[in-house]
Design a protein around this ligand. Structure first.
Ligand SMILES: C[S@@+](CC[C@H](N)C(=O)[O-])C[C@H]1O[C@@H](n2cnc3c(N)ncnc32)[C@H](O)[C@@H]1O
Length: 203
């Protein structure tokens, strides 16, 4: 059954990271995989703007979300699976997307290794996550008792350098990396939390 989210019309530009939208427009990939696609907001925006590549795979470990995507975007391939497990199984892609997912995964190195394998030699990875500075303040705590923007996060990166180093240690070359303040849905900046976004390639 399709959830309430599937009924909403996510075509507004605010539902996709600007860095990702610019990357799709400039690189015009022929193939793309969205790892941990969730409700598929980015895919819906790209679809509405006729910017989806010819071949698109949406992957999430939650079968309900995969059913939902299959209903909303029936022309793309929607797969249920774990990011860490698909690197050796699936084809390679011109564009690999992993938006606000890696902080949910226990072994981030394993997930990055999988992303590396999924990327074409001249392909691009768009990846984003969360940075938590030592002075961060918010209402939630994670299971380790640390302040967190989401209690389900396995980790938040300590700085832009920490996130960048994690990518480089996984063999990626960074073309662009930026951080911006994390904001609540009421557009309030949360002290000490940032969204970090990067475009990478293979070394
Ligand atoms: C915060 S949501 C992000 C959704 C989407 N990328 C977006 O930007 O709207 C995190 C998503 O990652 C999925 N996820 C978490 N760990 C995963 C894993 N190891 N493999 C596949 N999906 C995973 C969750 O089911 C969830 O849908």
């Amino acid at each position: 059954m399709l959830g309430e989210e599937s009924m909403k019309n996510y075509t507004d530009i605010k539902h996709i990271p600007k860095m990702l939208l610019d990357l799709v427009k400039s690189s015009k990939p022929n193939s793309m995989i969205d790892l941990g696609c969730g409700h598929g907001y980015s895919l819906r925006v790209l679809n509405a703007r006729r910017l989806l590549p010819k071949k698109v795979v949406a992957l999430d470990m939650d079968m309900r979300l995969i059913d939902e995507i299959g209903g909303v975007l029936p022309h793309i391939e929607a797969l249920c699976g774990h990011i860490e497990a698909v690197g050796n199984i699936l084809d390679t892609f011109d564009l690999v997307v992993c938006n606000q997912v890696i902080e949910h995964i226990k072994d981030d190195n394993k997930a990055l290794d999988s992303m590396y394998k999924l990327l074409n030699p001249n392909g691009r990875l768009f990846i984003s996550s969360i940075i938590r500075r030592p002075y961060a303040l918010y209402i939630y705590k994670n299971k380790k008792g640390e302040v967190s923007v989401n209690p389900d996060h396995e980790r938040e990166y300590l700085s832009l350098t920490h996130f960048g180093t994690t990518l480089i240690d996984s063999r990626f070359k960074i073309y662009n990396i930026k951080k911006r303040p994390f904001r609540t849905k009421f557009n309030i900046k949360v002290p000490g939390f940032f969204i970090v976004e990067a475009v990478c390639g293979k070394n």
